[in-house]
Design a protein around this ligand. Sequence first.
Ligand SMILES: [Zn+2]
Length: 276
Amino acid sequence: MTARDSEALQFAMANTSRVIGTCRLCHSSGVELQDSHIVPALAYRRIREPSLQNSNPVKLGRGKAVQTSDQVKEYMLCFPCEQRFSAAEAYVAPLVRQPDGSSGLEAMLSNYEATPYGWHTAKATDLDRAKVFYFAASVFWRSHASHLPDRCELGAKYGEAFRAFLNEETQRPADAAIMLMVYERAPAAAGRVDRLLTLPASRRADRYHRHQFLMCGLRFDAAVGAEVPDSLHAGCLLQPHETRILVVPQSDDTANVLALLRSSRPTDRLAATLLK
Ligand SMILES: [Zn+2]
């Protein structure tokens, strides 16, 4: 059976509500596949605005702005692998910025120190850094392993390194640093970074690759490649010494998204909502 036949079979089975295939994480074949989120459902719940008649978020992409309840999902994992990812998500859920403005991660931070760049670093003594690393790696890998048109590109070698790590075959993916940043709390007029969700995206940086996603007030960055500089490895969640988390103003990232919104063509229905 070709890969295309296999996908056709998965699609056919989807229409009868069960999808049988091979789990992309543990490689078990002939198993029922789960309709897995690329970024977790908790983030989609968090970016809705319950006080509005249409509480759905606005999706930006390909020059368009549309208000939609769509969530990016794909049949890719068996039930035990889906559960493994869910456990990491459950740890991260309280860390994101909550509707009342609090953040479980921010509550853990102490010993703030200013950097020359206008950012701060802070100590996160009680943070389970390995769990956060696992969570972020799982989101980057899910995007890489998906058929999304704009997926995160880990490449064959590092995609397999991430898969083996997430399937608990190795201690950590080689040549990969994952950093966590938290956005400062800012007035609502500055834009609501806590309502921002981006799918993992990739770019080349000098002689290695950078990957990034934003989720409800947190930013996850990965640097992957044999030539990732020591300065980035030093900021990795899995480095052995005390971890200092970067606390960054939200202005740049929210400004970029607002600029994208202004340059996108809204659907007629969204345009009517925005004019109200
Ligand atoms: Zn599996």
